[in-house]
Design a protein around this ligand. Structure first.
Ligand SMILES: NC(=O)c1ccc[n+]([C@@H]2O[C@H](COP(=O)([O-])OP(=O)(O)OC[C@H]3O[C@@H](n4cnc5c(N)ncnc54)[C@H](OP(=O)(O)O)[C@@H]3O)[C@@H](O)[C@H]2O)c1
Length: 255
């Protein structure tokens, strides 16, 4: 994938890994648009990176996802890269039943399936017909090492990330005769606000690597068309889970 002269939309790109990717792509001479729910995060991101284009959008709402697509294509018809990155992570205790699950969905208005999975799928479906018209295009899905081996205190989060891995494989295969390359970035633990302080409150000392390191490793590997980019310790988790996977996948999918 070329690393300059792209027009890139990064969901959840006002903080953390998304912002680090935005900064690295801006430095390489790309146009970068980021969306997020929180106006304050968008304003801070714009102050830090004045060339950034910002757009408020709650990706948990289908109507807002559609509006984001329409706004992006009418303002940036040359857009050729979609980075599905926005995500949330919640600890859920199934022994407490629906009370714990619904606490996040209904009280906090945060539904991991909607944001971490359905939004990725719908954004891909909405943008593929536009991206396919570009000479070179890409969809980049940010999953997680926890999609390969789950951390069971966050069962829904890990399941959405496993789903994103499977979805990325199918999308890459389906789009292999188009100009759209499909990448998956698989981060290890990264020091961001993703968990809203849950790591600290359970005494986890390891805050993970800096978000900038994810971007530093991911971009050169994207340039080489390395489609599955497991960063740092996520590579060990990925390898441990994948014995003979490629041969079986190729047999099933007539490669
Ligand atoms: N941090 C890690 O250890 C780690 C490890 C592996 C994978 N990942 C993945 O990396 C991605 C980025 O996470 P991060 O670690 O960089 O955390 P982060 O800084 O909290 O970034 C997540 C972003 O998603 C946005 N977002 C959440 N819900 C949204 C919604 N409904 N609509 C629009 N935007 C929404 C947030 O924006 P606002 O809050 O401003 O609305 C935030 O900017 C996620 O997919 C995460 O699962 C992270």
């Amino acid at each position: 994938m070329r690393m300059q002269a792209n027009t890139i939309l990064i969901t959840g790109g006002a903080t953390g890994i998304g912002l680090a990717l935005a900064e690295s792509f801006l430095e390489r001479g790309n146009e970068v648009i980021v969306c997020a729910r929180t106006e304050e995060h968008l304003v801070h991101a714009k102050e830090r990176l004045p060339r950034l284009q910002i757009r408020r959008c709650d990706l948990s709402k289908e109507s807002e996802r559609r509006d984001l697509h329409d706004w992006t294509i009418s303002n940036f018809p040359e857009m050729n890269v979609l980075i599905n990155n926005a995500g949330i992570q919640r600890v859920i205790d199934f022994k407490r039943g629906l009370a714990d699950l619904d606490r996040h969905r209904e009280v906090d208005e945060e539904d991991e399936i909607e944001i971490n999975f359905r939004a990725y799928v719908q954004m891909a479906a909405a943008f593929v017909p536009d991206l396919i018209k570009q000479k070179e295009a890409a969809i980049v899905n940010v999953s997680s090492g926890l999609g390969f081996i789950p951390l069971t205190i966050m069962p829904v989060y890990c399941a959405t990330k496993a789903a994103i891995h499977s979805f990325s494989l199918s999308l890459r295969h389906q789009l292999s005769d188009t100009p759209i390359k499909v990448f998956e970035i698989i981060p290890p633990t990264v020091d961001t606000e993703l968990d809203k302080g849950a790591r600290a409150s359970r005494g986890q000392q390891d805050r993970g690597i800096a978000p900038g390191l994810v971007a530093k490793e991911a971009l050169p590997r994207m340039e080489k068309d390395d489609y599955e980019i497991a960063i740092g310790r996520a590579g060990n988790i990925r390898a441990a889970s994948g014995i003979d996977f490629d041969r079986i996948f190729a047999n099933m999918n007539h490669n």
